[in-house]
Design a protein around this ligand. Structure first.
Ligand code: NAD
Length: 785
């Protein structure tokens, strides 16, 4: 076999496979541009070796076999394809063939000669459909199939809103077969993909696939729900002719109620065709539907008859194509960008490729769900789409071209800008009065205060009137301070010097002094104002006020566990989670620490709000654990039966059975068999107590214990036990363990490294124990270490 023969066979096999995927499955795996290149390679080879052309070659055939799931329909008049022109020269060549075929006088050197009249229409990118009207009534709809045999999709075409079921007016031939394109508008396509995505369904790569996939549905209800439209561009079989020209035909069809293109025009000669092509090309992005070219047809029907057909296309029509919107390239890498709100977005770095006339080297990947949906791996060959002004997108992976060394795309654990933790956003689901988390699509850097990408926005918010209220610092000035490297975190505002500001745009001597004075004036914010200024996601002024009023100290706000925060009015799990992750982040904590070191004195109440202190109950704690199948009622029964959290944790399911139905009792037992659930439960309890919240049953128990009524504070590090353990031991003696020292503190246990709390205790003349004295004290109460 010669090299040409081998290549021809290879190309035919490949094209057959792509035809099947495109026309039958509506799931092409390569872009049209790539298909067209392979098709043209085959055409060129066959032109050079005419003896190798066979009737089953894709160059001789239309579409692909009809899907057997539908009833088959035979087209009385074949539904053909169209020849393609990509360059102006191809168009001139087409015109020359038409002129020659019609035996018209050819043009001379100056281009003068016969001018053929052409009809001009946009080439809609959808799928070809034949509609059969008998006595003005729609009786059948069919796909093109292989041109001779199509699929009966009558039920489906009836759901397309602008296809008349009955023709208007009168005078139509008894048999009238209308041909046109079923397509989806750009807006309809966007809407459909958005709803599909929301419902977790399949999304479509482009409007054509969406239209084809929607129309060739076995369930016509699905078709009916899709935004399909029809546009008529020609005739099939008719029992009587009614016009002399193609445009005449279309205008008559329009009068009978069939939609035709608003862009239909008549061109006198090739030059006007080229003008039309350029005009539509310039307006391509603004059109409400997608087109892949324009179609020119010899307008006179007599001339069309004279010219006739070739194997797969008429000689009297041609599709002049526009640059493709989709191209193939390679995914070199995926990088992560951090936005102004901290959203960490994957961006595809591509081997540069020209798409619709523009070189594309990057494409957005939206989020990690999208990466997963595409099944994308680094090294993959991908289809890039660039429609209109839309940012280029990766619409599909060509999985069969995946190299062996392709790597998965992984979200970084740390922010590429500031190194803070990158966290997946949590969405809260509410059901039966209970909130649980599900995973959101977006990942975010939690380093709000420390992240360079978020810095400008963080500072603009920090200094705003309702936050720290630093007058004289508008957006422009903040941008300058950040760009000049003078401010790298909100804490840097408090070390700004006159000579650093005075040269900046908009800052003269007086305004610089005013700014410094405003910064100094902002140094004693109320706790609510300060919390709001931090710009924690979802924490507005109201939530900041609730946090400040209820918890009354920055330290408690910083420490609070999400479940404890949900005790606050109007704080749901989602916000609680945001607050907790914000303060968990070491970078954010370091900035707050620095703010305090640089002289910020936060005005706080100190004492826990009484209504908050009283809001804790044992059943509330159990309920907040979200034990599967146990609701607030079950939690209450457990609390009443066992009296303490430890009692519930230790109970056998048979004991619980006395309070709950068997299924729930077993669920509670299984829940607490997980050590991390026990740890979580105990830490919630420990924190509520540390904050000074006790519930009734415990209050009773505490009375009569040796340290009842005393408040102790632990500070510094202990060597023989952790502070948590020390706290439990103190509490078992009835003491309340608090986080801050006040005149009401009974005793302070200070380990090495104790700082401001020890100093305050000494200042107030409180009793202070070091670790050895504390261990001895415990020993006196028979508590071993
Ligand atoms: P075509 O789409 O290039 O042209 C013929 C079709 O154009 C008609 O059947 C009709 O549906 C449509 N059309 C739109 N407006 C029209 C108008 N005003 N007048 C007449 N017809 C109009 O040819 P084709 O044979 O349908 O298919 C070839 C196309 O499909 C190429 O663009 C090719 O890239 C693509 N294809 C792609 C793949 C793939 O794997 N990506 C596989 C097969 C085919």
């Amino acid at each position: 076999m010669t090299a040409a023969q081998t290549r021809i066979l290879e190309l035919r096999a490949e094209l057959d496979e792509h035809n099947y995927r495109y026309h039958v499955l509506d799931e092409p795996s390569i872009p049209d541009a790539e298909y067209d290149r392979l098709f043209h390679e085959l055409k060129a080879l066959e032109a050079a070796h005419p003896d190798l052309v066979t009737s089953d070659s894709p160059t001789q055939r239309v579409g692909s076999t009809a899907l057997s799931a539908f009833t088959q329909v035979r087209h009385e008049m074949p539904m053909l394809s169209l020849g393609n022109a990509f360059e102006e020269a191809d168009m001139r060549e087409f015109d020359r063939r038409v002129v020659e075929g019609l035996d018209l006088p050819a043009g001379d050197l100056f281009g003068a000669g016969a001018e053929v009249q052409y009809s001009c229409e946009p080439k809609l990118d959808g799928l070809a459909v034949s509609l059969l009207y008998q006595d003005g009534v729609l009786v059948r709809g069919a796909t093109r199939g292989d041109g001779t045999t199509g699929e009966d999709i009558s039920v489906n075409v009836r759901t397309v809103r602008n296809i008349p079921l009955k023709l208007k007016g009168s005078g139509w031939p008894a048999t009238l077969e209308v041909r046109g394109e079923v397509y989806m508008s750009k807006a309809g396509f966007e809407r459909l993909n958005a709803t599909q995505l929301e419902a977790g369904g399949k999304t479509f790569a482009n409007p054509r696939n969406a239209a084809a996939g929607s129309l060739r549905q076995l369930d016509s209800k699905i078709t009916a729900s899709r935004p399909l439209e029809f546009c008529c561009y020609g005739l099939g079989q008719v029992s009587a002719e009614f016009a002399d020209t193609h445009i005449g035909n279309l205008q008559q069809l329009k009068a009978w109620g069939l939609p035709i293109s608003h862009e239909l025009k008549l061109a006198n000669g090739i030059a006007q065709c080229l003008d039309y092509y350029r005009d539509i090309g310039a307006r391509r992005d603004a059109l409400p539907y997608e087109i892949d070219g324009v179609v020119f047809k010899v307008n006179s029907l007599a001339a069309q008859r004279e010219l006739g057909f070739r194997a797969r296309e008429p000689r009297w029509a041609i599709a002049h194509k526009f640059p493709a919107l989709e191209e193939l390239t390679e995914l070199l890498d995926v990088e992560f960008q951090v936005g102004r709100t901290g959203a960490v977005t994957p961006v595809a770095r591509l081997k540069p490729v020209k798409v619709a006339g523009v070189t594309v080297a990057n494409a957005t990947l939206h989020n990690m769900d999208e990466v997963a949906r595409l099944g994308l791996m680094i090294g993959d060959t991908v289809i890039i789409r660039r429609a209109g002004d839309v940012i280029p997108q990766v619409v599909q992976v060509v999985t069969e071209r995946r190299p062996a060394d392709a790597r998965p795309v992984q979200i970084p654990e740390c922010c590429p800008v500031c190194g803070s933790h990158v966290e997946r956003t949590q969405l809260v689901k509410r059901s039966k009065g209970r909130e649980t988390f599900s995973e959101g699509a977006v990942y975010r850097c939690v380093g709000r205060l420390a992240c360079g990408a978020q810095l400008k926005q963080a500072i603009i918010h920090f200094v705003s009137r309702r936050a720290m209220d630093i007058e004289g610092l508008g957006e422009k000035s903040v941008e300058q301070l950040v760009d000049e490297g003078l401010v790298r975190s909100p804490a840097d505002l408090y070390i700004l010097r006159f000579e650093q500001i005075v040269g900046l745009e908009g800052f003269a001597e007086l305004s610089s002094n005013n700014l410094l004075a405003a910064i100094a004036d902002s140094k004693r914010p109320g706790l609510a104002r300060f919390i709001y200024a931090l710009g924690i996601p979802d924490v507005g002024e109201e939530t900041a006020k609730v946090l400040a009023r209820s918890l009354a100290s920055l330290e408690r706000v910083q420490q609070a566990l999400p479940q404890v925060l949900t005790y606050l009015p109007d704080v749901g799990l989602e916000v609680a989670h945001e607050i907790h992750s914000f303060f968990e982040d070491a970078h954010n904590r370091a900035v707050i620490e620095q703010l305090l070191e640089r002289g910020l004195q936060i005005q706080e109440q100190g004492e826990l709000a009484a209504e908050f202190a009283a809001s804790a109950t044992l059943d509330g704690v159990i309920d907040k654990l979200n034990i599967p199948s146990v609701g607030p009622g079950g939690a209450k029964k457990l609390a009443d039966k066992f009296g303490t959290l430890q009692g519930v944790i230790d109970a056998d399911w048979l004991d619980m059975r006395q309070a709950l139905p068997e299924k729930q009792a077993k669920a509670v037992r299984a829940f607490f068999d997980e050590p991390h659930h026990v740890a979580l439960a105990l830490s919630i309890e420990a924190q509520l107590k540390a904050f000074g919240m006790h519930w009734e049953s415990e209050k009773k128990q505490v009375e009569g214990l040796p340290l009842a009524g005393q408040t102790w504070v632990l500070t510094g590090s202990l060597e023989l036990m952790s502070r948590d353990v020390a706290k439990v031991k103190l509490e078992s003696l009835g003491a309340k363990v608090a986080g801050s020292v006040s005149a009401k503190t009974h005793c302070v246990v200070a380990g090495p490294g104790a700082g401001s709390k020890l100093a305050k205790a000494n200042e107030l003349g409180l009793k202070v124990l070091d670790e050895a004295a504390f261990v001895a004290f415990l020993g006196q109460h028979n508590i071993a270490v």
